[in-house]
Design a protein around this ligand. Structure first.
Ligand code: FES
Length: 183
């Protein structure tokens, strides 16, 4: 059974930017590529590091760069290009709503407006209790299921009517902190 995510984060914070467990997981990703292509695992490595810390600090990105033998700026470029990476702290639950055109025309904009009103925050903001961060996402490849959104980059939610959004927010808010950020 895997350890609760909050415990992983505590351990990671105590060990530095890359915990022993993170390095082991990154090694598994690196092994999928030729030996002289360690940098090909950068996206996997950033995901692993973010899962542990909740976001990617400069120190964490530098550690990933060092571990993969890459220039730090190359890692920053990847981390700042893709919306699933956070280079600033976020709440326990990051809600990423797709507002690209197909979704926007099928309720995505309305879903975002509902969440903004319900949580009292705008895009790229976090609720004062640190629970929710709202993000605007790019096409998630599920345009026919609009409105769609992701919770913590991993849980896909489709057909998010106002009622379903309310249910989701209530469900996440009820999760005990000791249970980590599993979406
Ligand atoms: S435009 Fe939203 S999933 Fe494609």
């Amino acid at each position: 059974m895997s350890a609760p995510q909050s415990n992983l984060r505590d351990a990671a914070d105590a060990e530095g930017p890359l915990s022993a467990e993170a390095r082991t997981r990154i090694d598994r990703a690196v092994a999928k590529y030729p030996p002289d292509q360690r940098q090909s695992a950068v996206m996997a490595a950033l995901t692993i590091a973010q899962d542990e810390h909740g976001w990617l600090s400069t120190a964490t990105m530098d550690a990933v760069a060092h571990y993969l033998g890459m220039p730090p700026v190359a890692v920053y470029e990847v981390a700042t290009f893709y919306t699933m990476y956070d280079v600033a702290p976020v709440g326990r639950f990051k809600l990423t709503v797709c507002t690209n055109l197909p979704c926007a025309l099928s309720g995505g904009e309305a879903a975002a407006l509902h969440l903004k009103a319900k949580l009292g925050i705008g895009f790229n903001q976090t609720t004062p209790d640190g629970l929710f961060t709202l993000k605007e996402g790019e096409c998630m490849g599920a345009c026919g299921d609009a409105p769609v959104m992701l919770v913590n980059n991993k849980r896909m939610c489709s057909f998010m009517s106002d009622a379903r959004l309310d249910e989701l927010v209530a469900e996440l808010a009820a999760k005990p902190a000791a249970g980590g950020n599993a979406p």
